[in-house]
Design a protein around this ligand. Sequence first.
Ligand code: KG4
Ligand code: ZN
Length: 357
Amino acid sequence: MNTETDSSMKKKDVTILAIESSCDETAASVVRNGREVLSNIISSQIDLHKLYGGVVPEIASRKHIEKINQVIEEALSEAGMTLDDMDAVAVTYGPGLVGALLVGVAEAKAISYAKHLPLVGVHHIEGHISANYIENRDLEPPFICLVVSGGHTHLVRVKDYGEYEILGRTRDDAAGEAFDKVARAIGLGYPGGPKIDRLAKEGNPDAIAFPKARIADAPYDFSFSGLKSAVLNYLNGCKMKGEPIVEADVAASFQKAVVDVLIEHAMLAVRESGLDRFALAGGVASNTALRAAAEAACRERGIRFYRPSPIFCTDNAAMIGAAAYYEYKKGVRHGLDLNAVPNLKLGERYPGEAAGK
Ligand code: KG4
Ligand code: ZN
């Protein structure tokens, strides 16, 4: 269904209300022209889920439904706007937890229907990649992007806005998942990434030689489950031998093993692509060691390095608004039949979606 009016197409500025609820953050944001964030409201459920050591899907859905209207109201009021000022409503429709996604999708559809606003469904990973556009006005495709989050580890060639080629991906655990599991094993709690990041600063990254997996014939793919097992074996070995465990050294050495592999594969992709721009994205992109290593590797090679501020690395709706703007400009519109797609692939199009009108 196309609810657009001619006048909205002629307007110079495009202001989008974006909604994100794919995991444990209920978020809404108002974004102008894909790059200017007028508000960015994030209601995190972390305190609730950490009692269980990870995200409990049903609790996540219940919390989203409780918070979503309040978060949207705050996003509009912080932007000094109402729904009448919006040109479109955008929402993450996959991948993610189905019950969590459904809350955002139903909300966006209700707003689209009530206010006759065009609806733009957004891929969560496309959102993470697009977070780079917010603070880097000069960044335009093509570039190579390493997306590292709790659920995904993808090395992507961003060919154009909304056009992606996946060069490599993890064969097992995502990078963030490995951080979370190792953090749990050394007793740091959930979410593990930021805690390992902090603790690693006090440790020696060369104290323990953890394995760095490479996959034969797939130089851009990753595997982190062997590394995770190596850390668990190391911890068990110390306990059995009665040797003390220096947690900061474990954290620093594990982090180094992850960062080295990520950067090595990413720089190979940059070199072979012939492109001169590289970006980080996703929750793990806020890791200080990864940011420093990526920056150094790019500087050495004369490559321009981009990364979002930490607040735009972890889940937020501003990144969804940034991605939605480019989809909107291409004419992508979704109907009121839009549903959550928990396993949505990057670049996959929704059946019946309108494009290029
Ligand atoms: O992108 P995100 O917010 O959610 C997903 O789409 O998955 O990523 C969350 C992941 C978690 O695994 C968390 O531990 C990790 O990002 N993370 C970090 C850091 N901050 C968040 N990992 C390493 N270092 C950090 N500073
Ligand atoms: Zn995410």
